[in-house]
Design a binder for this molecule. Structure first.
Ligand SMILES: Nc1ncnc2c1ncn2[C@@H]1O[C@H](COP(=O)(O)OP(=O)(O)O)[C@@H](O)[C@H]1O
Ligand SMILES: [Mg+2]
Length: 399
């Protein structure tokens, strides 16, 4: 009896551990069978001319884009790993089925009328600009829509092309990644698409399960042992600071990250940090729209990791975000690295203490100074100096 109970408990524990490590694995939706079925339906639609994309031929005909495994599947969203001509990639879509996306209404009308009545290019561009406005809250001039526009080549399969473009532009993340293409080394470039699925680079994604939050085994030149890990952590932290500076200042509007957790970032082999999930990243105008809600207290003005204050005179949340990307990254990422980790070899006690204090000040700037501002430029520079000093100490300890 006791043995039986112990045996059952053992299995329950093993299953719980497996689920914790790979939440997608046992989810009924994240199975190979289901993923293959979804891709088979995609290819059927491709052969039927319903959808197109640069990657369809490789996926559906040549076999040079091959499914590997399901990484994630929740609320319709699919994240699949695949090999594309020998390189690991990720295929993503917000919905499993192509038909789940709103069709372009005018296209239907076009099909019903006589076939020669095509929508003029200018009208399509206008519609596309509207979709981008919906997705990102940005008013973009026609000239800036280039990354989304199939370079004026509508070819034979114009209908499929338009339908595919429409399914893609309903995915905010696709729109944002496409517009940041070539403008940011901290965002994923889009490698191509087929129907409603778009491909991005497969990178080493973060997870709270890793000691250093990110898997360091694939990172080039990370020596094993405590010092190697300490150096890698400092490099990644400096890259996070660069990402913060870049998203705060390098675009026409500040880009706010409202879902900061290790799983939503990845590292390249040179330890550059990349945002891999930007569903909750908003440019300033959209951020203001999202924050400005009715409220009876500050707690009504929290939008995931982005907060503002409740103005009790008018019971409206302020449109201005009260915290910052830096503050949230200090709180959700740096604190794990520098405030709770045991002492690192090769870094002086004094430096470790100053770094710990700077991270706490950054994560919660209101505590010592009573300030209501998000983390300030001075704490940014302080962190940068301390991390660079850490790298110098580690380098000296190597000798
Ligand atoms: N480019 C990528 N490389 C490696 N893993 C990825 C990549 N994109 C997503 N993933 C994995 O899939 C998970 C879910 O993807 P994500 O875009 O974060 O979905 P959601 O928006 O539902 O959180 C991520 O946490 C990560 O583990
Ligand atoms: Mg995510």
């Amino acid at each position: 009896m006791l043995a039986c109970a112990a045996w059952t408990a053992g299995w329950v524990l093993a299953a719980a551990l497996l689920l914790r490590a790979h939440p997608g694995v046992l989810s009924a939706r994240c199975t190979d069978e289901r993923s293959r079925r979804i891709l088979a339906a995609l290819c059927r639609d491709y052969r039927g001319g319903v959808l197109v994309g640069e990657l369809c031929e490789d996926l559906c005909v040549a076999g040079t884009l091959q499914y590997r495994r399901c990484l994630y599947s929740e609320r319709g969203k699919k994240v699949l790993q695949a090999d594309w001509r020998g390189r690991p990639v990720v295929l993503k879509s917000k919905e499993e089925a192509f038909s789940s996306f709103q069709p372009l209404g005018l296209l239907e009308a076009e099909a019903e009328g006589d076939g020669d009545q095509e929508l003029p290019e200018a009208e399509l561009l206008l519609l596309l600009a509207g979709e981008v406005r919906n997705a990102l809250g940005l008013e973009l001039a026609n000239g800036s829509l280039g990354p989304l526009w199939p370079a004026g080549r509508w070819g034979r399969r114009r209908r499929g092309q338009l339908a595919s473009l429409w399914a893609l532009v309903q995915q905010e993340e696709f729109v944002l990644f496409s517009l940041l293409q070539g403008l940011s080394r901290h965002a994923l470039p889009v490698l191509g698409s087929c129907g409603h699925f778009y491909a991005v680079e497969y990178l080493a994604a973060g997870s709270p399960q890793h000691r250093a939050l990110f898997p360091l085994d694939q990172a080039a030149g990370t020596p094993r042992g405590g010092r190697g890990q300490a150096k890698a952590v400092s490099d990644m932290a400096l890259s996070f600071l660069d990402l913060v500076r870049h998203f705060d200042h390098d675009f026409s509007h500040r880009l706010h990250l409202c879902d900061v957790k290790p799983e939503n970032f990845a590292i390249r082999s040179d330890l550059t940090v990349v945002a891999i999930d930007v569903d909750m990243a908003f440019f300033e105008p959209k951020m203001r729209e999202l924050l400005e809600q009715n409220c009876t207290g500050d707690e009504d003005c929290n939008f995931f990791d982005c907060f503002s204050k409740c103005d009790l005179r008018v019971n409206r949340c302020g449109a201005e975000r009260a915290n910052s990307n830096l503050q949230v990254i200090c709180d959700k990422i740096f604190r794990h690295w520098f405030s709770s980790a045991p002492r690192s070899p090769g870094i002086s006690f004094l430096l470790q203490r100053r770094l710990r204090e700077a991270v706490l000040e950054c994560a919660d700037p209101g505590v010592p100074a009573g300030s209501t501002q998000g983390a300030t430029p001075s704490v940014f520079r302080k962190l940068q100096r301390l991390l660079q000093a850490t790298l110098r100490e580690l380098q000296a300890a190597e000798k």
